[in-house]
Design a protein around this ligand. Structure first.
Ligand SMILES: O=C(O)CCC(=O)C(=O)O
Ligand SMILES: [Fe+2]
Length: 202
């Protein structure tokens, strides 16, 4: 792939990311450009995923269950399928069927915190299959390293106290990456670590 093609692709995804954030801002009753400031010095990235076919797909996962730490993930997937999201009401894993010429849009942890849980970050995973290799391209729309993530002040008040303590996105991500993609015996850092519990508001 040439540099121009990659750069052009990322530029278009960035535009789409901003557009989606404008719609989300509007849905929360905020000015459309409310989220723009966080993306000055953004740290977005692209990951090319290759899942080789697996003779025993019931014994392995392509990517284990997780929530994406950023703002949005825009996922282009081929026609094989394998992405699954966890349905909250019963914990069932639901397949996200590939739709040609479209992106699967995943709300990340930061929107959950910014919106004080009006939106929720979706838990997901990717399975493998025994028929064909699968490819996906994930664009992770991330704010600047220095962003302090906290519920937006316009969305909190006496009736709606903040559900999260502020945290540094850069430090959160650095902590996540410390695992270096190895399987850990303990869960790595999660936004729930910053959750304010009603019994212990500080
Ligand atoms: O390839 C997929 O379907 C999902 C990939 C994913 O969740 C990720 O890269 O964060
Ligand atoms: Fe993901």
């Amino acid at each position: 792939m040439s540099r121009e093609i990659c750069e052009g692709y990322v530029e278009e995804l960035e535009k789409l990311g901003h557009k989606l954030m404008e719609l989300i801002a509007t849905s929360l009753g905020l000015p459309a450009k409310r989220f723009g400031e966080y993306f000055k010095g953004q740290t977005s990235s692209v990951r090319l995923n290759h899942y080789p076919l697996c003779p025993s797909p019931e014994l392995a996962l392509g990517v284990g269950r997780h929530k994406d730490p950023g703002v949005l993930t825009l996922l282009a997937q081929d026609d094989i399928g394998g992405l699954e999201v966890k349905r909250k009401k019963d914990g069932e894993w639901i397949q996200v069927k590939p739709v040609p010429d479209s992106y699967a849009v995943d709300v990340g942890d930061i929107i959950q915190v910014w919106s004080n849980e009006k939106y929720e970050s979706v838990e997901h995973r990717a399975t493998v299959n025994s028929k064909r290799d699968r490819y996906s391209i994930a664009f992770f729309f991330y704010p600047s390293h220095s962003t302090i993530v906290e519920p937006l002040e316009e969305l909190i008040g006496p009736q709606n106290p903040p559900k999260y303590k502020p945290y540094s996105f850069g430090k959160f991500l650095a902590n996540r990456k410390r695992s270096n993609f190895k399987k850990l015996n303990v869960d790595n850092i999660q936004i729930s670590d910053f959750k304010i519990s009603p019994a212990n508001p500080n």
